[in-house]
Design a protein around this ligand. Sequence first.
Ligand code: GDP
Ligand code: MG
Length: 305
Amino acid sequence: MAEDGRRDVSISIVGLPGSGKTTFLAALWELVGERRVAKALSFASIGDNDLSYLRKIVTVWRKATEQARTRITGLTAVRMNLKDKAGNVVQVAMPDAPGEDFRAMWEDRELGRVLGESLAVGNIMLLVNGNKVKAPAWVTERAAQRRTTGRQDDQTLPKDWHPSLAPTQVQLVDLLQTISHAPVGSAGRKVAVMISAWDKAEGERLTPDIFLKRKLPLLAQYLESGRDGWTSRVYGVSAQGGEYDPNDDNAERVEGDAPARKKRAVKSGDADRLREVDIPANRIRLVSGDKESNDLTEPLQWLMH
Ligand SMILES: Nc1nc2c(ncn2[C@@H]2O[C@H](COP(=O)(O)OP(=O)(O)O)[C@@H](O)[C@H]2O)c(=O)[nH]1
Ligand SMILES: [Mg+2]
């Protein structure tokens, strides 16, 4: 409890693997350390956190290189405390304990203690990669596709179902439902849905709200129905501002090649443009309705109360 009796709210940043969590955190850390750019929340303290991880991901971010896919072992959560103009402090955490992840919650119905505790209370920032939405497909659409492409039957043998094949929105609704009920958590909280890689999604000329309704209708309707009492907002976020160069640590070994040589993905040219931006924090873009800024702390400020 805060001194005036208000409940202190913490914020957890969550999302499936590849949803843009690490990139968001790196951009946020860059932004809060940048005095030349105005923002709603500023840095308060780092708590008992190890700074080396944040320093590492921000270095990668500044070079306009993708974050490494490998998880840092031994790390349980990354936390930072931010404060608003009135001095109210909020703790932002990205739970990331080894072996406890959002994929396991859905695929194995397993929830580790560290992750469970951090999702039990507080508000949620949910990241969804706008460039990687795995959409549901209708059997009739697939059949029509086959007719037009003339593909033959060996492509259509039934496959065993696995939870990993479930559409993105099914996994996310399940995640939100799980943390809205005992024994995991409680209902009536706030969630900011962040459509990441917005630079890739905005070509369709949809607002973030409409994007959610069109591409993830189940998630949009779940939130709208108020079933678990979520109050929600939808943002588009480009934490990189465009496509970064691939990270060599993520490259797959080319079979039969010398161990030192790895397959390199093709560069898009976006990264060169982004490295030219005077103040790196200005690469960041946040879209809400028809408004745009580079203040990633604005959704966090909304989640603070
Ligand atoms: N184009 C673009 N790609 C992004 C952006 N943010 C993240 N990505 C990409 O999305 C992928 C997953 O990001 P990452 O932060 O590693 O996701 P995590 O697994 O949730 O930590 C990487 O290939 C990123 O480069 C963005 O703002 N723009
Ligand atoms: Mg990551």
